[in-house]
Design a protein around this ligand. Structure first.
Ligand SMILES: [Zn+2]
Length: 327
């Protein structure tokens, strides 16, 4: 088993792309349905290694899903906790093991299970928040803060706008609105489509899609709306306030709330990624001989891991190089 210079995995001569379109690969692993990971699904060429949920959320047919056994090698998909259907890839070959996390989080959420951690010889791990500056509060605490914000403003007769990534975070915001506040939010068509896929796979969500008679009726009074991240800002809040002649309160949910300012009333640090302490916790539990860091903050995370005694390097072809030969 080895990683090639583009960080594709080669096992017994079978080459697997890891969240890239992998034009020269035999199959492509797609860890989850976010657009920056689904190039292989859009390219319509290779066999796909992915969960059914991921393929459904990406709006593709399941007939390209490959078997997990190839050329005498067995792959396994493990939950990654990032969103519905998000998986890690684990491959065992010749007595060695390799694990690629994709985007992951260790906590269970209202809409996704938590990541499973197994011991592995080589670990390729995402480092989106792989900097000690990122430490998120407990998820339950953030849920309490968001549901308090929704209830307080809704009960006062205001419109509440909640923003998050249309896939994953928006569905979690719908679940908070349903289960913790007892309310049905209005959602955009794209968010509504993803809510239906979540419900089809057993995560029941209740929302009214804008433009339908049900949503129109909800919007005759004060209401809660879950909208794509970029549509929740002061300018839209003012426009909605003028249109409906009500006060409007806006919030977004993102891990970047820890380091960035947004044009909303409140930014809640609710992330679908592990924070630094959870990334470290994962690496310590997995006990890898070698770690490659990818997907943002690779340099910082690999330096922090090396400080703690791990054999770590960024998977960006730059910086510290480990041997990329057969392990
Ligand atoms: Zn993602």
């Amino acid at each position: 088993m080895r990683l090639d210079s583009r960080f594709n995995l080669e096992a017994n001569g079978h080459r697997i792309a890891l969240d890239t379109s992998g034009s020269h690969c035999d199959s492509c692993f797609v860890s989850h349905a976010h657009a920056d990971h689904t190039g292989a699904l859009r390219s319509r060429k290779n066999k796909i290694i992915a969960s059914e949920e991921t393929v459904a959320l990406a709006g593709r047919s399941a007939d390209r899903i490959s078997s997990l056994e190839f050329d005498g090698t067995k792959a396994e998909l493990l939950p990654s906790g990032h969103m519905l259907g998000a998986r890690q890839l684990r491959v065992e070959c010749g007595g060695e093991s390799f694990t690629y996390t994709g985007d992951f989080k260790l906590e269970k959420s209202l809409t996704a299970e938590k990541a499973e951690v197994c011991e592995t010889d080589v670990l390729m791990i995402e480092g989106t928040f792989g900097d000690p500056a990122y430490e998120f509060p407990e998820r339950e605490e953030v849920y309490d803060a968001i549901s308090f914000f929704i209830k307080k403003n809704y009960e006062a007769g205001s419109i509440v706008l909640l923003g998050g990534y249309a896939l994953g975070k928006a569905q979690e915001l719908v679940a908070i609105t349903n289960r913790l506040c007892g309310l049905k939010p209005v959602v955009s068509e794209r968010i509504g489509r993803a809510c239906r896929v979540y419900s089809d796979f057993g995560v029941k969500l209740d929302a009214a899609v804008m433009g339908t008679p049900e949503a129109e009726e909800l919007m005759e009074s004060n209401f809660v709306a879950v909208m794509p991240f970029h549509e929740v800002n002061y300018a839209n809040a003012v426009a909605i306030s003028r249109r409906f002649r009500r006060s409007v309160y806006s919030a977004i949910a993102t891990g970047w709330a820890k380091s960035m300012r947004f044009p909303v009333d409140v930014a809640f640090p609710l992330s679908d990624h592990a924070d630094f302490k959870d990334i470290l916790g994962y690496v310590e539990a997995a006990r890898p001989k070698t770690v490659y860091c990818c997907h943002g903050n690779e340099g910082t995370l690999s330096a922090e891991l090396r400080k703690r005694g791990f054999n770590a390097a960024p998977a960006d072809g730059k910086g510290v190089q480990l041997s990329l030969g057969t392990w």
